[in-house]
Ligand binder design. Structure first.
Ligand SMILES: *Cc1c(COP(=O)(O)O)cnc(C)c1O
Length: 369
């Protein structure tokens, strides 16, 4: 079988090849049903079995406690920037920690529904550090506190989630974990709600995952559309209206793939985390050792998933990208707001892909010397 190119897209992003092949083989006839998954009623027993398995596998993989609902929704990460305040804010005060483009968008959108307060920001470092939770300005009685736990564009990641209880606050923590969900475990004791668009690490665009603690349900604003009311969606097992059925199916195959992953003694998310750590160490290690490339993010908060880097001589950017593409290393161009390059190395990127990238970067630096 021919090796597919390595795809470093930030999103929609690479999907494990095994998952794509399995979906392709079932495209016309899922398990002898005579139907493809896209053609099935979401209320039929075939699709219900796909949905139930996906939910159970995800709950097991991420160790989601029983008092949290898993919702399969639509609207994407940006949709959740409105849907979360519609459900959780009670039109009151909400604290935001702004650490890059995505949390910036979140606070702006929330202002339509509640009173956002800036608890902390890393703007003075051009989004290359993370503010110390001990110094966050927490509002008394805030409905929740929002962070983006992995800033996809700036490449900044919380290595541990803030423990608001330890800071003397019982405010629920909301995390936008779109670009690192399932790349590492989540400490649910610190989280009230987690949301993620699927298109980075779980499957195709169009599916949005929401995991929410039950006691936070039931407080939606009157203006909240029924299809986006978490309580309503939860009561109908994500089938209040037609859910993104094909997205749930592909995410389900991805969960099965995740469960099969092994690194030594480790399995599932723990194995994935170990592999992701090795991939990130290899790439950052090479960048730091070279005087041709640079990553500007503080080492203690560098993202394992999204690695922005720059050629010190930016006049060579186009040559770098052209050469990369010729080697089967795709979509390395940085986000337009940051420039330079970005390698997104989500779960579906094997270590061999990062090795191929580093080999190319080394060779390119040598030929340009
Ligand atoms: C990609 C991304 C989003 C955007 O989600 P859409 O599905 O495009 O609405 C939101 N937050 C983060 C952290 C992301 O990486």
């Amino acid at each position: 079988m021919q090796q597919r190119p390595y795809n470093f897209s930030a999103g929609p992003a690479a999907i494990p090849e095994e998952v794509l092949r399995e979906a392709a083989s079932e495209m016309l006839d899922w398990h002898g049903s005579g139907m493809g998954v896209m053609e099935m009623s979401h209320r039929g027993k075939e699709f219900i079995s796909i949905y139930e398995r996906a939910e159970a596998d995800l709950r097991e993989l991420l160790a989601v406690p029983a008092n949290y609902k898993i919702l399969f929704m639509q609207g994407g990460g940006l949709g959740e920037n409105a849907i979360v305040p519609l459900n959780l804010s009670r039109a009151g005060t909400v604290d935001f920690v702004v650490t890059g483009s995505w949390s910036q968008k979140s606070i702006k959108e929330a202002a339509r529904y509640c009173q956002p307060q800036l608890a902390a920001s890393n703007a003075e470092s051009q989004h290359t550090t993370l503010p110390d939770p001990a110094r966050w300005k927490l509002s008394a009685g805030a409905s929740y506190l929002h962070i983006c736990s992995n800033e996809t564009i700036h490449g900044v990641e919380f290595q541990t989630l803030p423990d608001l209880k330890a800071l003397g606050s019982d405010t629920p923590l909301v995390i936008d974990c779109s670009s690192h969900v399932a790349s590492r475990p989540i400490d649910w004791s610190r989280v009230g709600l987690a949301f993620a668009g699927a298109q980075k690490n779980l499957g195709p665009a169009g599916l949005t995952l929401v995991i929410v603690r039950e006691d936070l349900l039931g407080h939606a604003l009157k203006a909240c559309p029924s299809a986006f009311d978490y309580q309503t969606v939860a009561e109908h097992d994500s089938m209040f209206n037609t859910p993104p059925t094909y997205g749930i199916y592909i995410a389900g195959l991805t969960f099965q793939w995740l469960k099969r992953q092994r690194e030594g003694e480790l399995a599932g998310i723990a194995a994935m985390e170990q592999r992701n750590r090795a991939k990130a160490e290899l790439l950052y290690g090479y960048i730091d050792s070279s005087d041709f490339y640079v990553n500007k993010v503080s080492p203690d908060c560098r993202s394992r998933m999204n690695v922005p880097f720059f050629l010190r001589d930016e006049s060579r950017n186009d040559a770098f990208l052209t050469g990369a593409k010729a080697r089967g290393l795709l979509q390395l161009k940085g986000h337009k707001s940051v420039g330079g390059m970005r390698a997104s190395i989500y779960n579906a990127m094997p270590l061999a892909g990062v090795q191929a990238l580093v080999a190319y970067m080394r060779e390119f630096a040598q030929t340009q010397a």
